[in-house]
Design a protein around this ligand. Structure first.
Ligand SMILES: NC(=O)C1=CN([C@@H]2O[C@H](COP(=O)(O)OP(=O)(O)OC[C@H]3O[C@@H](n4cnc5c(N)ncnc54)[C@H](OP(=O)(O)O)[C@@H]3O)[C@@H](O)[C@H]2O)C=CC1
Ligand SMILES: O=C(O)C1=N[C@H](C(=O)O)C[C@H](O)C1
Length: 267
């Protein structure tokens, strides 16, 4: 039985993760954390998640509860995720990380801190988006440099980072397949007299509205035709179930930094 800690357990994903862990055989909720100043510290994690009492009291930090878990699932904030990796290093725990919005420097820190640990890090844990990443390579190869590539993403009004981590990963896959450097060719939104579109540009458009769970479309637009490949998440449970699946998979692997393509056997 793998004992899981859910970080940020009162957040949108945190509550869904507590529910997913509760519903999955072979794993149990060992610990759950909230903000150190949260009034919820000491409350029952199951009650807060709406799945009924489970006897796991919400803690104010991960380091307080290291006796109670084998692996942490972390969908929080970049700086907090990096701190949690230090806790994992010090205590030999595994981590499944879904946090997005990391800068390039933070991603490098994450890589360095993951060395010798069992870590899965992915901006989107749904099966559908990970399949989309595969389909995209074929689409980019076939459409080639003839098509203009635009990536459109839509999320709820509370999302703090933009473009989404998923949109950036989709852009990286297209750029890699077409031999481009995303840092050089990415265009983030347009306004004013922008001039003609550079042919190699990969454009990103961001929508933030209402309660949209997460939608991504990659458009390849040529002359006379275009294709649009979309994924729409209608429930956060798809991400949470992916994270729990990643946790179960990770406990059977040698140390390494993995992504969801590894978990799903798509590489
Ligand atoms: N990889 C994937 O498949 C997915 C990734 N995500 C990513 O997950 C992240 C979280 O998203 P979401 O759940 O919507 O965000 P939320 O803001 O709802 O959740 C984050 C939670 O972390 C809590 N928190 C803040 N500081 C601490 C602390 N020191 N210790 C413990 N908890 C703390 C916050 O509490 P408080 O509000 O009190 O500060 C909040 O409840 C984002 O980066 C998002 O992009 C989301 C969905 C899918
Ligand atoms: O913040 C969210 O909600 C989501 N974030 C992830 C991202 O930034 O790609 C994944 C998902 O689309 C939901």
């Amino acid at each position: 039985m793998t004992r899981i800690a859910v970080a940020g357990a009162a957040g949108r994903m945190g509550k869904t993760l507590v529910e997913a862990v509760t519903l999955t055989d072979g794993v149990s909720l060992g610990a759950a954390t909230v903000h150190p100043e949260s009034s919820l510290i000491g409350s029952d994690a199951g009650e807060v998640a709406g799945v009924g009492r489970n006897g796991v009291m919400l803690a104010g930090s991960l380091s307080e509860v290291t006796d109670d878990f084998d692996l942490v699932i972390d969908f929080t904030f970049p700086d907090l995720t990096l701190q949690h990796l230090d806790v994992c290093r010090a205590t030999g725990k595994a981590a499944v990380i879904g946090t997005t919005g990391l800068s390039e420097a933070e991603k490098q820190q994450l890589e360095a801190k993951s060395e010798g640990l069992n870590v899965v890090f992915a901006p989107n844990m749904s099966v559908g988006v990970n399949l989309l990443l595969q389909i995209l390579q074929t689409a980019a190869r076939v459409m080639g440099d003839d098509a203009d590539v635009e990536i459109i993403e839509a999320h709820h009004r509370h999302k703090k980072d933009a473009p989404s981590g998923t949109a950036l990963r989709l852009g990286e896959v297209v750029a890699d397949t077409l031999g481009r450097d995303l840092q050089q060719c990415a265009v983030y939104g347009r306004e004013g007299f922008t001039g003609e579109r550079p042919r190699e540009a990969i454009g990103f458009e961001t929508i933030r509205a209402g309660d949209i769970v997460g939608e991504h479309t990659v458009m390849f637009a040529g002359l006379g035709e275009r294709i649009e490949i979309s994924h729409k998440a209608s429930s956060r449970m798809t991400f949470a179930q992916g994270a729990v699946r990643a946790a179960q998979w990770l406990m059977q692997q040698p140390a390494g930094l993995y992504d969801m393509q590894d978990v799903l056997g798509l590489k």
